[in-house]
Design a protein around this ligand. Sequence first.
Ligand SMILES: [Cu+2]
Length: 144
Amino acid sequence: MKNICLLILLMVSFQVSADHLTVKHYYVKESIPGTAVTSAYMLINNHGDDDVKLLKVTSTLSERIELHQHVFADQMMKMQQVQSISVPAKGSVKLQPHGFHIMIFKPNQLVKQGQYVDLRLYFDDGVTVNLDVPVISSKTKKTH
Ligand SMILES: [Cu+2]
């Protein structure tokens, strides 16, 4: 368990900055064979004086990528699409399992550990952030 966590820390210690935004701890979950979705997680820091919104994410991996949120409804955790994800001024937002996430539908190849997924994040103030996101085994993530 400790080793696994250390491994994850090592693998997700990348960090990318663009303008007043810094994105770190980003990873994509390995797709489970037989499923046509996977998801991406990260921490977005906003060093600026204004709130910004993440509006859109694109990738060569898929033509359909949505911003999602988990909500508790009818005594079940459900996912729903959101139009944007806000990052408060001088603050941050964490995309994580059971919270906000980036949903990647029908990836055009099986997403496996050891690969990198290109993601481009579009924010409402015109800033874009390009990421090469490592793929983490879904088995590993479950124990974390
Ligand atoms: Cu989702």
